[in-house]
Design a protein. Structure first.
Length: 298
């Protein structure tokens, strides 16, 4: 019997050793992958912003979710680049974008407005995924004349009513926000977050996104609850389209349904499956967006 714990310890040690090697290899590949995006950088006040500017036509400002960056933002809006000009910036603390002293959604929206100014863009469609939804909603409230419409993919929902209490940290714990920590956590992505384990390859390097992840968890994600009165969702005048899967374990379907009535003009497209990443729903999303754009341009 004494050999059982010995062999277990050896097996566990080998597992972590192999995992470390696989993680290191994946991180190296992730840096090479990022080189293919050919991002740009701009200084806006005291903050450096990394972004992608690709395509022609009306502008779509793509606001990425947690563990993202300009790469996630562009990939989310990628198909739109065939007919639109996609602007995909890294939010605060992600992939080359700085972290100002005030890192809340309001300041992020302000910097994005300055980015549109610098690119000579008067109005844009806002496309937001996951945690990016809070920033997109903040932008629509603060700069209504600069928004053509709001597109929300599996985003955090505004609350239906002012909460008595709320979670002050909503995201992965800081100790997991490392390349190796998130690599190990990816073994449980499907069970805990309804996303495929392979998604980790689009999240690496976590080391270059860590500040943004922790800022989202502690500042961005709780903001609509913490500052409920500062989010008068009913004041949003532009059309809104929401895409949501019922089996999403991160942006909860029931929460979305409860708060939808606060959007004055909204279209709700719901799927039974697809998870947080809306996997396998590309065709339905394209059809929904086509109808949304056409109706908004009438």
């Amino acid at each position: 019997m004494i050999f059982i714990p010995v062999f277990s310890a050896i097996g566990l040690g080998l597992f972590f050793l192999i995992a470390d090697g696989l993680c290191s290899g994946a991180v190296k590949k992730s840096y090479k992958r990022l080189e293919t995006y050919h991002h740009k950088e701009i200084q806006l006040g005291s903050v450096n912003v990394s972004y992608i500017d690709r395509g022609k036509g009306e502008a779509v400002l793509s606001i990425h979710g947690i563990c993202g960056g300009y790469d996630q933002g562009f990939d989310t809006a990628g198909p739109l680049a065939r007919a639109y000009r996609v602007i995909a910036p890294s939010r605060f603390g992600y992939l080359g974008s700085g972290m100002p002293g005030d890192s809340g959604p309001g300041e992020q929206a302000k910097v994005f407005a300055e980015l549109l100014d610098a690119l000579d863009i008067d109005k844009a469609w806002l496309l937001a995924a996951s945690a990016g939804g809070t920033v997109a909603i903040r932008f629509a409230l603060d700069y209504p004349d600069r928004v053509k419409g709001l597109i929300l993919y599996s985003t955090a929902a505004p609350l239906a009513e002012k909460p008595k209490n709320y979670a002050k940290y909503v995201g992965p714990p800081a100790f997991l926000c490392t390349n190796y920590g998130m690599w190990l956590a990816s073994l449980f992505f499907k069970q805990t977050m309804s996303i495929k384990r392979e998604t980790i390859y689009t999240m690496l390097p976590i080391s270059d996104r860590r500040d943004g992840i922790i800022n989202d968890a502690s500042v961005t994600n709780p903001d609509m609850a913490r500052n409920f009165d500062e989010y008068p969702i009913e004041d949003i005048q532009v059309p809104v389209i929401v895409f949501q899967a019922k089996n999403d374990k991160m942006a909860k379907y029931k929460s979305i349904v409860k708060s939808l009535h606060r959007f004055k003009d909204h279209t709700f497209i719901v799927f039974d499956t697809g998870g947080h990443m809306l996997d396998g729903r590309g065709r339905e999303i394209d059809e929904g967006l086509s109808a949304f754009f056409s109706r908004a341009d009438e």
